[in-house]
Design a binder for this molecule. Structure first.
Ligand SMILES: Nc1ncnc2c1ncn2[C@@H]1O[C@H](COP(=O)(O)OP(=O)(O)OP(=O)(O)O)[C@@H](O)[C@H]1O
Ligand SMILES: [Mg+2]
Length: 252
């Protein structure tokens, strides 16, 4: 692994909800272009970690730096406008697609670029069409979310995130609300994104995707990273007993 500055750096992050520790000293460095897949038992803190990176949650201690800019830490107090600007480095895709139900596919995609970035509508529309083609939905720009399958909605959600030109994409179980036949089409879009060099942190239990796409697979257990390994090692020689148990359960 190169020694260049990481695009995402998480240093000894702790977070509790009330008295309950959820993240217990998480550190993670992600280089530009890397794909990280995070797996682990329910309740281990995977979603909380992504939400802390995206500043949807505050941290109790530690530091989070994205694209060389400190976003969270004991000495970091950003004004809302500054925080909003830094958050534009990050795109997030959730399990539930969260599209605006009253807006067409096209308007879902151009809403933030036109309102937040001030990109002229014609240009945003042209860019949205390129993205819709990339996610395999060139003919759906006038459809409304409820007219689309779950897999199609999730691909629109990915296009919508990409329209803000993020440097890092965060995915929280993007396929776990989908019927099996729709999972593949979403994973194919994510695979394409990784081939294009996007930096991605993906919470997923799709181990075939992880094997094919990930540079490193992480196992989180009770708020800690207990393994952080390239796929070959993760599957054949994990260091943690928790990873062995996870794999035994997942891979049978
Ligand atoms: N807003 C909250 N308030 C209190 N507790 C919370 C909150 N959000 C999450 N938790 C708790 O934090 C722990 C970690 O939750 P988190 O959602 O990060 O786990 P996860 O690894 O994503 O699990 P899953 O695989 O089920 O999605 C859980 O015990 C959860 O109940
Ligand atoms: Mg979760």
């Amino acid at each position: 692994m190169s020694n260049e500055n990481p695009i995402v750096e998480i240093l000894d992050v702790h977070k509790s909800y009330g008295p309950t520790p959820i993240l217990r000293g998480v550190s993670l460095r992600v280089q530009a272009g890397e794909v990280i897949v995070i797996a682990g038992r329910s309740g281990g803190g995977k979603s909380t970690l992504l939400r802390c990176i995206d500043q949807l949650e505050t941290i109790d201690s530690g530091e989070i730096t994205v694209c060389g800019e400190a976003m969270a830490g004991s000495t970091i107090h950003l004004a809302p406008g500054q925080m909003a600007r830094l958050r534009q480095n990050l795109g997030m895709v959730f399990q539930q697609f969260n599209l605006f139900p009253h807006l067409s596919v096209l308007d879902n995609i151009i809403a933030a670029p036109t309102k937040v970035l001030g990109i002229p509508r014609a240009l945003a529309t042209a860019e949205a069409r390129v993205l819709l083609a990339r996610v395999g939905l060139p003919e759906k720009e006038n459809a409304f979310p409820k007219q689309l399958s779950g897999g199609q909605q999730q691909r629109v959600a990915i296009a919508r995130a990409l329209a803000m030109q993020p440097k890092v994409m965060l995915f929280d179980e993007p396929t776990s609300a989908l019927d099996p036949e729709m999972i593949r089409e979403v994973l194919d879009v994510m695979m394409d994104l990784s081939r294009r060099g996007m930096t991605m942190i993906v919470v997923s239990h799709e181990m075939s995707f992880a094997r094919a796409a990930a540079d490193r697979i992480i196992l989180m257990h009770r708020g800690q990273i207990v393994d952080d390994l390239p796929p070959e090692q993760f599957f054949t020689a994990p260091s943690s007993e928790h990873t062995r148990q996870f794999l035994a359960k997942r891979l049978g």
